[in-house]
Design a protein around this ligand. Structure first.
Ligand SMILES: *Cc1c(COP(=O)(O)O)cnc(C)c1O
Length: 424
């Protein structure tokens, strides 16, 4: 089925007389008649619910919808995009291991990997996403466990060459994990280009209304962990903490990764998405294709306007003709990229502040990708812990303004931008 249909229908099919909309199962626990019944669930021998930290029917239905949208084989919701990123990596890489990461990534992800996960003993090498294949291959070590990048980087707006990254990952026997938050499965499905695991901050376009924080991890089900049992012992040898289950044997390569991630990491870290949030997320998913079309069309019109404005020094939007990533965006994002445009003014950091202060419709927010237009100056907010050199490596100049184009009428947005630029 097509994306529009999956957004409406996938994940939940009510029976006769059952609720048409996904019910919110607001219950921590589930009732059983005998201990034996429940024991089978604990041994992962029977399917069913017993405690909402491990599984909840509302969350499972929404995860199944996103799984279908990405074309994956298994998926799980998480409490945030940050926890999705953390769990997706920690599921296969820990103390003494190493990962290779695109340097053009979300600021929170950069901090998670370069500071917090480093403290846990996991080393990372950052690579320019536009590097050559030779440079990319040179970043791998014998203890490398994963390669990580973002389809469209937030806020650098570079486009990942997913095929190039997948080829390098597979040549070194590790999976490619792609954060597909900005593109959404409406505009790109990374599994079709060789990615192995896809994650999202569902907080952004998927929810789309700035109503609920959330994340999701989806397994494409093609990476064969059993070919590298020494690299991935957690998936290929018995788990003493879970009754000696060997995940690849019990669930096959299509289900091992997600089942391990739930049984071990969600059990121990408990970073669940609430059923209420999953319900709101599902409402957003229903209209995702319609909204993405409008976000992209507004962003392209605004990018063209900014490009022609005398006070604007540069504009970065991969959908804009002549952009450095225009050609690669045409390959991976032929129907549109995202609603986020970045640009810099001739007056640099100072002009950015004046411009943003005078916007009337566009508000200043640490957020992107919802129905309301908003903007942010990363160098003084989300990325303020980075040095100028690190900012440059991540593709974020100190003058960069990130503008998230909402769903308002584009003429109104253009007028607002024009009057604010007059002040700058
Ligand atoms: C926002 C964001 C995250 C983090 O998600 P939260 O839901 O805020 O935890 C991760 N990756 C990208 C690309 C993001 O934009």
């Amino acid at each position: 089925m097509h994306t529009e249909t999956l957004c409406i229908q996938a994940g939940y099919t009510p029976g006769n007389g059952e609720p048409r909309q996904i019910p919110i199962y607001q219950s921590t626990t589930f009732k059983y008649s005998t201990s034996e019944d429940m024991g089978k669930l604990f041994d992962l021998e029977a399917e069913g619910y017993f405690y909402s930290r491990l599984a909840n029917p509302t969350c499972d239905a929404v995860a199944a919808k996103i799984c279908a949208l990405e074309g994956g084989t298994a998926a799980m919701l998480t409490g945030s995009g940050q926890s999705a990123t953390f769990l997706s990596l920690f599921n296969i890489a820990g103390c003494g291991d190493h990962i290779v990461v695109s340097s053009a990534i979300y600021g929170g992800t950069y901090n998670l990997i370069s500071v917090t996960m480093k403290r846990m003993g996991l080393e990372a090498t950052f690579v320019d996403p536009d590097c050559t294949e030779a440079e990319l291959n040179a970043a791998f070590r014998s203890n490398t466990k994963a390669l990580f990048g973002e389809t469209i980087a937030n806020p650098a707006l570079t486009v990942l060459d997913i095929e190039k990254f997948a080829k390098a990952a597979h040549a070194h026997g590790v999976p490619l994990i792609v954060d597909n938050t900005f593109a959404t499965p409406v505009n790109c499905r990374p599994f079709e280009w060789g990615a192995d695991i896809v994650i999202h901050s569902t907080t952004k376009y998927m929810d789309g209304h700035a109503s609920a924080i959330g994340g999701v991890i989806v397994d494409g089900g093609k990476f064969d962990w059993t070919k590298y049992p020494d690299k991935f012992p957690g998936l290929c040898t018995p788990d003493d903490s879970y009754h000696g289950v060997t995940y690849t044997e019990r669930f096959g390569i299509q289900g091992a990764y997600i089942n391990k991630c739930v049984a071990q990491l969600m059990r121990d870290f408990g970073c669940v998405q609430s059923p209420q949030s999953a319900y709101l997320l599902n409402l957003g998913l229903e209209s995702l294709p319609l909204r993405m079309k409008q976000h992209c069309s507004n962003a392209l019109t605004i990018a063209r306007f900014l490009k022609g404005h005398e006070k604007v020094r540069w504009v970065k939007y991969c959908g804009l003709e002549g952009d450095k990533h225009y050609e690669i965006a045409r390959k991976y994002l032929p129907n549109g990229s995202c609603g986020v445009v970045s640009f810099g003014l001739y007056g640099g950091r100072k002009a950015a502040e004046v411009f943003m202060k005078h916007l009337k419709l566009g508000s200043i927010e640490t957020h992107v990708a919802d129905s309301r237009t908003c903007c942010l100056h990363p160098a003084s907010s989300t990325h303020r812990q980075m040095t100028d050199a690190e900012l440059d490596a991540a593709g974020i100049g100190s003058d960069l303004i990130r503008l998230s184009c909402g769903l308002e009428n584009v003429q109104d947005l253009l007028e607002d931008l024009a009057q604010a630029l007059n002040h700058a």
